[in-house]
Design a protein around this ligand. Structure first.
Ligand code: 3PG
Ligand code: MN
Ligand code: MN
Length: 567
């Protein structure tokens, strides 16, 4: 093994001051940023003694790091962080231009229309319909409406599409609830312009992203089926002649919101759906992010498919905005090549004999495995790695069960740490993020407390075996749950009500290191004020007793011969 690693350039140098053989517990708190104390900061309001103690510990072992914008490969510093880019950066130790940026570049240069993917779907433009399916918002996490507009207006119609049908998924998760109406108006406006130009362009179906289509990690295939029925078969419980009317009306339903709108189809005067997907059509899923599109990609592309009854499997030309799964090569056609994230810390550590255990519940399982490993789902070395998934609750919003599976995940991690079989035990604790996205403050406070308790279970196990811990997060969410004005004050309506912020934030996230196995002279450096998530991989490698490769973002820690002094 050592020889092979050396030959392929995978061998890591020994760290001059940090030894090997200590278990390193790596905890990623999903959606856990740092913000000033405030009634809408659910992390502050919640009882979180474990995380509080880490923060109060000392600046040598607790600090903040950037988790948004260019620090994680997003187009601008106005882009909030998200799990995909966050875990990519944490695991890869390098900053890659991410999907949003790659699509922007391909559109700006026009290269998107010269690529194999576009040329492939273009073959259907003469006689078939072009269907565009995806998340309609400017959230920039899974998709962006301006990319749809450019692809639609400039691209497809200028390149010969004569009949276009858009299948929308309303957001309210990466953007404010209720904003679906404005995005829809923008889209209708664009479609009207296309119609004036002689293109038969319409919305064909819709539904809320969390209830229709955008499930992930195979948590609930019924979500994808609901979308399939509306988009492909033209069948849904709600039928409207106009999409704006559909969304406005369906939002009136009890507990209805953008994320969970029921599926609807648009029909003509005779009640016939205006845009089912038929043989000979082209389909583009315009989300650039993989996790919540790859299930639909499977349904659209795989001959053998048993997840639900598709009823009809149309012969289409299908392309993803990006390729969503590089190993399965799915979809096989795509408009923009995904980032090639290489030489991740997981692969290095596997090549240097490190045994790794990774665990999360279903809704975040791929985050701590697939995203962490540079969008790769398998093991690097099955003899050294074990990935375990705890099934998430299905069919309910997470504010109903805000504790989620935090305790179960922590207990698995505890057992893995105590087993002495693993060098690294890595988990994602989902509550801050998943409950934060519901906009329900009370539930989020409960979720944050549950996450803190989970961290305690893991830190206690680390303590017991004389190990080391790293506790950090992938981006903010639960620390700010209200829409604010420019000065930071919550915006209130006439009745004094605030609008919950369901999305992620631009805030930095904490990172804490410690544990009895951590060398007494190890401390955070002071010269890396601008450090971000990509600096964590080198740090973790150090804690395993290795130097990080030169092309990695620098480690956050330094080790002096003498113990550091608490300030
Ligand atoms: O997919 C989601 O749930 C949100 O759009 C983003 O959340 P995540 O980046 O934390 O997964
Ligand atoms: Mn996340
Ligand atoms: Mn999230």
């Amino acid at each position: 093994m050592a020889r092979r690693a050396e030959e392929a350039g995978w061998k890591l140098a020994d760290h001059p001051r940090l030894g090997k053989g200590k278990v390193v517990g790596v905890v990623v708190l999903d959606g856990w940023g740092e913000a000033p104390p405030d009634p809408f900061n659910c992390i502050h309001v919640a009882d979180t003694p474990t995380l509080d103690a880490l923060k109060k510990g000392s600046p040598e072992r607790w600090r903040l790091i950037k988790a948004h914008g260019t620090a994680v490969g997003l187009p601008t510093d106005d882009d909030m962080g998200n799990s995909e880019v966050g875990h990519n950066a944490l695991g890869a130790g390098q900053i890659y231009a991410q999907g949003a940026k790659l699509v922007d570049m391909a559109l700006a240069s026009g290269k998107i229309y010269e690529g194999e993917g576009f040329k492939y779907i273009q073959k259907s433009f003469e006689t078939g319909t072009l269907h565009l399916i995806g998340l309609l918002s400017d959230g920039g996490v899974h998709s962006r409406i301006d990319q749809l507009q450019q692809l639609l207006l400039k691209g497809a119609s200028e390149h010969g599409a004569k009949r276009i049908r858009v299948h929308i998924l309303t957001d309210g998760r990466d953007v404010l609830d209720g904003s679906s109406v404005t995005f829809l108006e923008t889209l209708e406006n664009d479609l009207a312009k296309l119609q004036e130009m002689g293109v038969d362009a319409r919305i064909a179906s819709g539904g809320g992203r969390m209830y229709v289509t955008m499930d992930r990690y195979e948590n609930d295939w019924q979500v994808v089926k609901r979308g399939w029925d509306a988009q492909v078969l033209g069948e849904a419980p709600h039928k409207f002649q106009n999409a704006l009317e559909a969304v406005k009306k369906l939002r009136e339903g009890p507990k209805a919101n953008d994320q969970y709108l029921p599926p609807f189809v648009i029909v003509d005067e005779s009640g016939k759906p205006v845009g089912p997907i038929l043989d000979g059509d082209a389909v583009v899923t315009f989300n650039f992010r993989a996790d919540r599109m790859v299930m639909l990609a499977k349904a659209l592309e795989c001959e053998n498919f048993d997840k639900f009854d598709r009823v009809r499997f149309p012969k289409i030309r299908y392309a993803g905005m990006l390729q969503y799964d590089g190993e399965l090569k799915l979809p096989s056609h795509y408009l923009v090549a995904p980032p090639e994230i290489e030489r991740t810390s997981g692969e290095y550590l596997a090549n240097n004999g490190i045994h790794t255990y990774a665990c999360s519940e279903t809704v975040k399982f791929g985050h701590v495995t697939f995203f962490w490993n540079g969008n790769r789902s398998g093991y690097f070395n099955p003899n050294l790695e074990k990935y375990e998934e705890i099934p998430s609750d299905t069919g309910i919003p997470f504010n109903i069960q805000p504790k989620m599976k935090a305790r179960e995940v922590a207990e698995k991690a505890r057992d893995a740490i105590l087993s002495n079989k693993f060098d690294q035990v890595r988990v994602n604790i989902a509550n801050g993020d998943m409950v934060g996205h519901t906009g329900d403050l009370e539930a989020t406070i409960i979720g944050c407390k549950a996450a803190d308790e989970a961290v305690k279970i893991i830190l206690d196990a680390v303590e017991q075996v004389g190990g080391i811990f790293v506790v950090t997060a992938d981006h903010g969410n639960a620390e700010d749950m209200v829409k604010r004005d420019k000065s930071g004050k919550p915006i209130r309506d006439r009745n004094g009500n605030v609008q919950p912020l369901t999305s992620h934030t631009l805030n930095p996230v904490p990172i804490a290191i410690g544990g009895p196995g951590l060398a007494s002279g190890a401390r955070f450096r002071e010269d890396l004020q601008d450090a971000g998530l990509a600096n964590v991989a080198a740090t973790v490698m150090n804690l395993h007793g290795f130097e990080a490769p030169n092309h990695y973002e620098p480690t956050l820690i330094e080790v002096s011969a003498a113990p550091y002094l608490k300030s």
